[in-house]
Design a protein around this ligand. Structure first.
Ligand code: THU
Length: 130
């Protein structure tokens, strides 16, 4: 799985977003170590706080299916699905990554031109875990 292909799958996932409140469509594609890819979208709620981010949708689908070993995630988002810049993962999603991923887990943040790559440690230094 190339980074480019993973990014394509994240872009495809944006179209599944349920985002009637913010209008931001977000997509994610999570690569498991065995090569399986899980796609996720954001799922909003009238009560706002139950909203689930695209990244966590992908993680929770994968975890439920029994996956525990992850290589990378590609993420994109934008108003009405138009990618105009980076859409970095929120703090809650970074903490979920921390629970299941190694320090060198790769996060591809899609841009209009391509992507920016950071590791989980770069995105969440001095992190909390048990
Ligand atoms: N969102 C994500 O899906 N992932 C993030 O990491 C940040 C935010 C979603 C939640 C909400 O539906 C919309 O983006 C605007 O905050």
């Amino acid at each position: 799985m190339t980074p480019e292909k993973l990014c394509e799958l994240a872009k495809e996932a944006m179209s599944r977003a349920y985002a009637p409140y913010s209008g931001y469509y977000v997509g994610a594609a999570l690569l498991c170590s065995d090569g399986t890819v899980y796609q996720g979208c954001n799922i909003e709620n009238a009560s706002f706080s139950p909203t689930n981010c695209a990244e966590r949708t992908a993680f929770f689908k994968a975890i439920y299916d029994g996956h525990r070993d992850f290589e990378a995630i590609a993420i994109c988002g934008g108003k009405e699905g138009k990618i105009t810049g980076l859409f970095p993962p929120c703090g809650v999603c970074r903490q979920v990554m921390r629970e299941f991923c190694r320090d060198d887990f790769k996060v591809y943040m899609i841009t209009p031109e391509g992507y920016e790559l950071k590791t989980l440690t770069e995105l969440l230094p001095s992190s909390f875990s048990l």
